[in-house]
Ligand binder design. Structure first.
Ligand code: ADP
Length: 485
């Protein structure tokens, strides 16, 4: 399959280890599939434990020099990488849509969002300050910040570009090296990114990319190799817990950005038009496959019917289709299996009394497409309330009081993003402080950017990505006591 790229050399099918494009030692490959068509885009090298060991050793070596390089010079390399991503943004978007399925306009947006982390951390990396602490007359107590060491990163398929840049940019900015295992569904975006990193002057070994079909093998080496000092992961809570357990033996630091179960709480006093618009974007962007996607709509009784009506009417206007077709507003889900799993959740809810307002089945566009769906008559006992749906399905729950809304919002082990629509200032504070989430969008659902600390509480994870706080995840704090003065 041809993608008609302006720069075809961005489409890579090998692993990138220690500054070289290499096949897997044993020659294994796996196919990357376009979810909209089922076509094979490319066969890509599938590496294993040995290649991972090599990449980690190369990272260790490269880091010894890189951490001594002035922050300003590291910043200039990241700036050049940023500029190259901008120069090739359309090709990167096409590659992303082909392997991931999201509509082109969303891929274009993600490429710019992803690039913004390089720009941001190129700047922030120059501002890693220490402290001199108030001490007694005969001593000075000093705190310095140092790079944590070699970092291993494991990333998901839903944001094949931005989930990588928001890890690698702060890591490289402060002097760390990184080895990355991208998701097997979407390795091509990762490989295109590292091609541009090489052109930008990122030294050999500093950033290796390890595509593989054997995630447990590569992940096992990453989490057990003593040279790796930190593991950063974005993905499911189940795999995150497994990686944390594996990291325990060598006491690695971890950053975990895991599942969510985001509530969108809409009060009677909300601006309904804004709430509907925000709810639609949050729920159906990337076909509902984001960890901060609205998972549960909690709507106060007074506006419930009006909300359902307006929301469903808008959903009926969506154009499902191949993301490379500019007319498509929404694309497929990542795999046929994902569509099947989404449908199972809908069927289970319907069996327990949920009503399908619109959608509710696999689309006649093909087995990878699920119809944008709206469900009412849903209850807290249903799987849809407890589990991350990760698909274009909106269950709309009803509540009466503010206390009830807060209790419902908190009735989950997750705590990533949450959203509240109300025009009552007191309520904004009570609810924002009362709900157990790492992020709260008030009258806004598009809350992500490079300037904010993205991350969750409870079983949604630990650590923050982006913002000035995002540097901390890649820094150690060292205390130096100068005595006998
Ligand atoms: P999803 O279900 O959305 O694919 P996963 O958590 O399974 O989420 O995947 C996120 C990332 O974790 C992917 O890169 C995947 O290959 C990787 N992964 C899955 N299982 C393991 C594992 N046992 N060890 C290391 N990485 C894994």
């Amino acid at each position: 399959m041809t993608l008609n790229l302006k720069d075809p050399s961005l489409l890579k099918n090998k692993a990138y280890i220690d500054g070289a494009w290499v096949d897997a030692d044993q020659g294994q490959t796996f196919s990357v599939i376009n979810p909209a068509t089922g076509d094979v885009i490319s066969d890509v090298a599938s590496v294993g434990v040995h290649e991972t060991k090599r990449a980690i050793a190369a990272a260790d070596k490269a880091m010894q020099t890189w951490k001594q390089v002035p922050a300003k010079t590291r910043s200039e390399v990241l700036e050049r990488w940023y500029q190259l991503i901008l120069d090739h943004q359309e090709d990167l978007a096409v590659i992303m849509t082909a392997e991931q399925g999201k509509p082109l306009f969303e891929s274009r947006g993600e490429v710019l969002y992803g690039a913004s982390f390089l720009k941001w951390f190129a700047e922030e990396g120059k501002r890693v300050y220490g402290d001199v602490l108030p001490s007694t007359a005969d001593r000075r107590s000093i705190v310095i910040k140092q790079p944590v060491g070699v970092v291993a990163a494991i990333t998901p398929w839903n944001f094949p570009n931005a989930m990588i840049t928001r890890k690698v940019a702060p890591a490289l900015a402060v002097g760390c090296a990184m080895v990355l295992k991208p998701a097997a569904e979407t390795p091509l975006s990762a490989l295109a990114l590292v091609e541009l990193a090489e052109r930008a002057g990122v030294p050999a070994g500093l950033f290796s990319v390890l595509p593989t079909l054997d995630a447990p093998a590569v992940g096992g080496e990453m989490t057990s190799n003593p040279v790796v000092k930190k593991v950063t992961f974005t993905g499911s809570t189940g795999v995150g817990k497994l990686l944390m357990k594996q990291c325990a033996d060598t006491v690695k630091r971890t950053s975990m950005e895991l599942g969510g179960n985001a509530p969108v709480i809409i009060f009677d006093d909300a601006d309904l038009e804004k709430a509907v618009a925000g709810a639609l974007v949050s729920k159906y962007r990337n076909s509902g496959q984001t960890c901060i996607c609205a998972n549960r709509f909690l709507v106060q009784a007074g506006v419930y019917d009006a909300f359902v009506e307006r929301f469903s009417a808008a959903v009926n206007q969506f154009q499902l289709g191949n993301g490379l077709d500019e007319a498509s507003t929404h694309g497929p889900v990542i795999t046929e299996k994902a569509a099947t799993e989404i449908h199972a959740k809908v069927l289970a809810a319907v069996a327990e009394g949920a009503h399908v307002v619109t959608g509710g089945k696999v689309s006649n566009q093909g087995s990878h497409f699920y119809e944008p769906t709206v469900l009412t008559h849903v209850t807290q006992a249903m799987r849809l309330f407890k589990e991350e749906i990760f698909g274009p399905v909106a269950p709309i729950f009803k509540f009466d009081t503010e206390e009830e809304a807060i209790a419902m919002a908190n009735d989950t082990e997750f705590g990533l993003a949450s959203y509240v629509y109300t025009n009552d200032l007191g309520r904004i504070w009570r609810v924002s402080e009362g709900i157990e989430y790492g992020m709260v969008g008030v009258n806004e659902t598009m809350i992500s950017s490079e300037i904010i600390p993205f991350g969750g509480v409870k079983e949604s994870g630990q650590g923050r990505e982006g913002s000035k706080y995002g540097l901390d995840d890649y820094l150690e704090t060292k205390y130096i006591c100068m005595g006998g003065l």
